[in-house]
Ligand binder design. Structure first.
Ligand code: NAP
Length: 283
């Protein structure tokens, strides 16, 4: 079987266009503030991408590029001031923060209605009970891809490799909400190969290049590669051995061009949602 390649780049463009159109009906432009602490080059690339996405969607955006020596108190004061701003709907603090800064304290300080990453414990709790306003961007992007390609998780066995708070766990919750039977794997899972082979939908978010070999993919499975690794030449790649997996899968995401662009698009969706919430509060 030669798999259908799930085009995250094309779908992300479609989602952003939809967001741009929907934002026009709001009383003011949605606003996103992005905080970047330190000079991590990968974080800089991500922040630039988010600014471009905001421009494409007709959003207002602000960037705070702070030195690595920024104190916790300074960072908390910035978040507090952004929480109070009526023109800012979403606040995103680019992770990881430099050593010495308390990430969880910053994430907890962002007002839940402006938590467009969906990392605040309040929003994580709402997600657990299916009452969420926001969905974490990467898992939400995966769900959007499934839906675009007409893949209904209901009744399927979904295997998620990875249990991080930001990707693996919320991914499992979203699949469960859509009535999949979900297995979560991690570094202590004894027979990962066997569990993967049982997956109708296999989502890999381990960050281990080559982890998902072709023989770990069931014939006809949907294979979603969330990971962003670098090969020996510095080229971006996922966890999945793409060529071999594509021979067995029915659908597969490429890296790059699969989940990555969808993560960015879903941040725009969440910022629009936040702006709608704030507009409703103002009425
Ligand atoms: P993380 O916090 O490092 O979590 C990795 C998870 O994978 C952990 O739960 C770990 O298990 C598990 N794992 C590691 N090696 C494994 C193995 N050999 N077998 C089974 N499980 C294994 O990473 P993350 O933040 O969730 O990100 C995961 C990957 O997705 C990374 O490559 C990251 O760059 C990428 N990512 C991509 C996007 C995107 O937009 N495409 C967004 C976010 C992240 P333990 O818990 O037991 O350690």
């Amino acid at each position: 079987m030669a798999a259908t390649i799930m085009d995250g780049k094309a779908l992300a463009a479609k989602v952003k266009e939809r967001v741009r159109q929907q934002a026009k009906s709001l009383p003011r432009r949605p606003g996103l503030a992005v905080i970047l602490v330190g000079d991590d080059p990968a974080s800089r690339v991500y922040v630039n991408g988010k600014k471009r996405d905001c421009a494409e969607c007709g959003f207002y955006s602000e960037e705070y590029a702070l030195p690595a020596q920024t104190s916790q108190a300074e960072l908390m004061a910035l978040v507090d001031s952004l929480n109070r701003r009526a023109d800012i709907d979403g606040i995103l603090c680019q992770l990881p923060l430099p050593k010495g800064l308390d990430e969880m304290a910053v994430l907890r300080a962002i007002h839940p209605s402006k938590d467009v990453d969906c990392f605040h414990p309040f929003n994580v709790g709402e997600l657990m009970i299916g009452m969420q306003s926001f969905q974490p961007c990467t898992p939400a992007g995966v769900m959007e891809l499934l839906s675009e390609y007409g893949i209904d998780p209901a009744g399927k066995h979904a295997v998620v490799v990875g249990r991080s708070h930001t990707v693996g766990k919320p991914q499992a919750v979203l699949l469960l909400q859509r009535n999949a039977t979900v297995t979560i794997c991690h570094s202590r899972t004894p027979d990962l190969a066997q569990v993967c082979r049982e997956a109708d939908i296999l989502v890999s978010a381990a960050g281990r290049r080559g982890l998902i070999t072709g023989d770990r993919v069931k014939e006809g499975a949907v294979v979603i590669d969330v990971a962003m690794n670098r090969d020996e030449n510095g080229k971006l790649c996922g966890d999945v051995c793409f060529e071999a997996a594509a021979q067995r899968a029915a659908y597969i995401t490429p890296v790059p061009g699969g989940v990555g662009p969808m993560t960015r698009a879903m941040l725009m969706v969440n910022t629009l949602t936040a702006a709608r919430l704030h507009a409703a509060e103002d009425r």
